[in-house]
Design a protein around this ligand. Structure first.
Ligand code: DLL
Length: 434
C-alpha cells in the first residue's frame, strides 16, 4: 500500500491542543451558540420554559439540563423556522428527503460555509490527502451535503477536484483512469459498485492510481474496509457527518491510526446518552451521540439527537476525542424475535464468508405468527448448483452461530442485489405494524 505520512505542517494547532484548552474554547463558544439559538422562537420558548437564559451557563456540564433537539423539531419548524439570521444572510440550503415524513432543511451563512470548507480540508488532510492529489468525488451533488461538502474542502486544500457526482458507474471508472485520480470520495456501498465495474471492464483495481478513499454517509464495517483496501491497494478512511450539524466533516479517521473518528470538538460538542432515558453516559459507554453546534451562525443546533449509536473514546492521533465507528442508527436496529441486530453485524458475517459478494439487503416479513428475515446477497462468481447450496447452508450457519439468529439466506447470481448510487437501502421491513 502506498505510504502516507503525516506531519504537523499545515495542521491547526487546536488539533493537538490540551484538553483544558479545548474545553475552555468550547465553553466560550457554547455561550455564543446558545445566545444565537435563543434568538429563534423555538429555542427561546424551550429555554424560557426552563427559566434558563444563555448568560446562566457556567460550565459545559450545564448543557445537560437543556432539552434535546430532534428531527421532529426540524420538521415542525419546516422550512426556515430554526434560522437565527435574517433570510438574506443565508447563502445556501441543503435538505434531506428522509426515509419517512417531511424533508428537513438546513441553512448556511457565508461564515458557516467557510467553517465547513475549513473542517473538510482539515478532515481530508487527516486522511493523508495533500494539495497535489486529484480528488474524484462520487458523492451525490445537490441537496445532499456529500458532494458539495467534500468539493469545497478538497478545493480549499488545493487539490484538483473531479466533480463526478454519483451514477453512470462505467463512466466513473473511465474518469478515474483517464484523469489519474489519487483520492476518491463516495458512500462505501457505491464504492463497491465501482469495484464491480472495474472487474466487469476487466481492469485490475489494485493497479488504479487511487491511494486514498474517504467514505461515509452510511454505516460500514472494518470488514468492508479490508475488502476495499485490499481490492484497490489503498487506504480507506471513515468520514462522519450529518446535515443538521453541517454535513460531512464533523469527524474523521486519521490515516496514521485508523482507530475511530476524531470529532472536531472545537466546533461540535459531543455527549453520549442512554437512548431510553436521555441520561448522559460516561465516556467509553455505548449510547446515542448527541451533538451541539458551537460555531454555526445561520442555524445553531443544541443537543441534537443523531440516533447514531457509538461511544466516546480518548484522543490518539489528535487531542480531540474519537467516536468508535458508528454501529448503526437506533432506528435501523432490527428486533427479530427478540434479538437485536444491526445490518452492520450481518455485513461482517457476509464479508467473512468466502465466495459471497459484499452486497446485501435484509427483507423482514411475517409468516403466520413468526417474524422472519431473509438475507439476500449474491455470489462473487457464478457457481454450480451443489456449490451454491453448500454456500447457502454455510452462510446461514455462520449467522446462526455468531448472532444467534435463524434466517433464510437467498444467494442470487452476481449483480442480483440492487445497487445504490448513494446510501444503500439495507432493510426492507414488510412486517405489519401492530
Ligand atoms: O450523510 C453527511 C455525510 C456525507 C457524511 C458524506 C459523510 C460523507 P445526512 O444525509 O444528513 O448527512 O445523513 C446523516 O448519515 O446521522 C448517520 O446516520 C449517517 N452517517 C453519516 N456518516 C456516517 C458514517 C450525511 N461515517 C446520517 N458512518 C448520520 C455511519 C454515517 N453512519
Amino acid at each position: 500500500m502506498n505510504n502516507v505520512t503525516a506531519t504537523k505542517i499545515g495542521y491547526d494547532p487546536i488539533e493537538f491542543a490540551s484538553r483544558d484548552e479545548i474545553a475552555a474554547l468550547q465553553l466560550s463558544r457554547l455561550k455564543v451558540s446558545l445566545t444565537r439559538a435563543y434568538t429563534t422562537p423555538h429555542y427561546r420558548a424551550a429555554f424560557d420554559k426552563l427559566g434558563f437564559h444563555p448568560r446562566d451557563l457556567a460550565a459545559l456540564t450545564d448543557l445537560a439540563s437543556l432539552p434535546f433537539t430532534t428531527k421532529g423539531d426540524l420538521r415542525a419548524t419546516y422550512p426556515f423556522g430554526l434560522f437565527a439570521v435574517p433570510r438574506d444572510q443565508i447563502v445556501r440550503i441543503h435538505a434531506s428527503s428522509g426515509t419517512t415524513g417531511k424533508s428537513t432543511v438546513v441553512g448556511y451563512s457565508q461564515a458557516d460555509l467557510d467553517v465547513w470548507s475549513h473542517l473538510m480540508a482539515r478532515s481530508l488532510r487527516a486522511t493523508g490527502v495533500v494539495s497535489s492529489d486529484i480528488v474524484h468525488l462520487s458523492y451525490g451533488y445537490g441537496l445532499f451535503t456529500g458532494g458539495l461538502g467534500f468539493h469545497y474542502g478538497a478545493e480549499k486544500l488545493g487539490c484538483m477536484v473531479v466533480p463526478a457526482s454519483a451514477g453512470m458507474t462505467a463512466r466513473q471508472v473511465t474518469m478515474i483512469e483517464d484523469f489519474g485520480a489519487t483520492v476518491i470520495g463516495s458512500t462505501p456501498s457505491y464504492m463497491l459498485a465501482i469495484l464491480d465495474e472495474y472487474r466487469a471492464q476487466g481492469r485490475d483495481p489494485a493497479k488504479s492510481s487511487l491511494r486514498i478513499g474517504v467514505f461515509g454517509g452510511e454505516p460500514w464495517t472494518n470488514a468492508m474496509r479490508a475488502e476495499i483496501e485490499t481490492a484497490f491497494n489503498m487506504h480507506a478512511l471513515d468520514c462522519y457527518g450529518l446535515s443538521e450539524m453541517m454535513g460531512p466533516g464533523v469527524g474523521i479517521e486519521c490515516v496514521e491510526t485508523k482507530d475511530g473518528l476524531h470529532l472536531w470538538e472545537d466546533h461540535f460538542l459531543a455527549e453520549i446518552i442512554d437512548p431510553e432515558t436521555g441520561a448522559v453516559l460516561p465516556d467509553g459507554q455505548m449510547g446515542e451521540l448527541v451533538l451541539t453546534s458551537l460555531t454555526k451562525e445561520a442555524m445553531p443546533i443544541i443537543r441534537y439527537r443523531t440516533r447514531d449509536l457509538t461511544r466516546l473514546l480518548p484522543g490518539t492521533a489528535r487531542s480531540m476525542r474519537r467516536i468508535e465507528k458508528i454501529r448503526g442508527r437506533s432506528d435501523d436496529m432490527i428486533i427479530l424475535r427478540g434479538v437485536n441486530v444491526f445490518p452492520s453485524q450481518i455485513e461482517e458475517q457476509l464479508l467473512s464468508q468466502p465466495g459471497i459478494s459484499p452486497h446485501f439487503q435484509l427483507d423482514l416479513h411475517r409468516d403466520g405468527r413468526m417474524d422472519k428475515m431473509v438475507v439476500r446477497t449474491e455470489t462473487a462468481e457464478t457457481l454450480e448448483t451443489q456449490a451454491h447450496s453448500a454456500l447457502t447452508a454455510a452462510l446461514a450457519k455462520r449467522i446462526r452461530q455468531s448472532l444467534g439468529l435463524t434466517v433464510d439466506v437467498q444467494i442470487g447470481a452476481p449483480g442480483s442485489v440492487p445497487r445504490s448510487q448513494g446510501k444503500a437501502l439495507r432493510v426492507i421491513d414488510n412486517r405489519p405494524k401492530d
